[in-house]
Design a protein around this ligand. Sequence first.
Ligand SMILES: O=P(O)(O)OC[C@H]1O[C@H](O[C@H]2O[C@H](CO)[C@@H](O)[C@H](O)[C@H]2O)[C@H](O)[C@@H](O)[C@@H]1O
Length: 276
Amino acid sequence: MGGHRPELLIERQWAMLEQKARESERRSFFLDYDGTLAPFQTDPAKADPTAEVLLILERLCHNPANQVVIVSGRDAMTLDRWFGTLRLTKVAEHGAFISRFGEAWQALPGIDLSWKERVRSLMEDAVALYPLSSVEEKERCLVWHYRRVTGKSVDKTAHHLLQQIARAIPQTVEVMAGKKIVEVKPAFINKGTALRMLALEFCADFVITVGDDKTDEAMFEVSPGFTIKVGPGATAARYRISGTRAVLQILKRLAGIPPLAGMALWNGQVDSHTDK
Ligand SMILES: O=P(O)(O)OC[C@H]1O[C@H](O[C@H]2O[C@H](CO)[C@@H](O)[C@H](O)[C@H]2O)[C@H](O)[C@@H](O)[C@@H]1O
């Protein structure tokens, strides 16, 4: 990641990418969810995909020459509820679970979950301090959410919690500061490993990978094609785009849906919701 500066994805570059997509025979789309296909919500349970997102995905999936993969930190149940009827592949909990369309979820074996109880109790202490914060329980990961808490002191608490957790977990597990979350997940699981495996299976000659968060960097590092970072921050991606509106704009164009006239891919600034 160090020293690399992504290009802004503006109309000229986009025309070139679109051309490559048109000329290709098989296309892979690796798409992160929160902060990429959907703007952040204060309540994580209320970040359902809009009808517009579902239509774009449905159109992309409709073409058998397209492989569409949602690569998310979300749990399998949520992804099934949101995307269960679409002909796409879902990667849940940052790569811990994979479900190809029409197939059952496959889980990575041999995961140590002995840390969960201790970490949950540390997170519950933080909720006692900030009752507007909450704990999201997933099968292999735990998340402390504090987007609903106002004031600066919560950032210090998040930092402190992260340090406490880091001391309490075994080496097989990692704790990360995300966007208004502190998340704990198995260390050897990452979105890049899932991408590499699924890309090999489909053998596309056009691959596009879009994401906004630190966990998406693992995809950018191994993705064989065009990589697009949504919003600010250091990245290994080749291009940068302003926010979720612009992501939907480019996906619409690739899906053959007329995009909004006059909507720029790079609006000169980063959309506020992708910021944190
Ligand atoms: O890999 P992703 O699909 O981007 O998932 C990453 C985390 O996203 C969710 O949290 C984020 O979105 C919430 C809803 O907008 C927001 O409230 C929170 O502040 C964000 O960090 C999700 O709840 C986590 O489980 C995912 O790991």
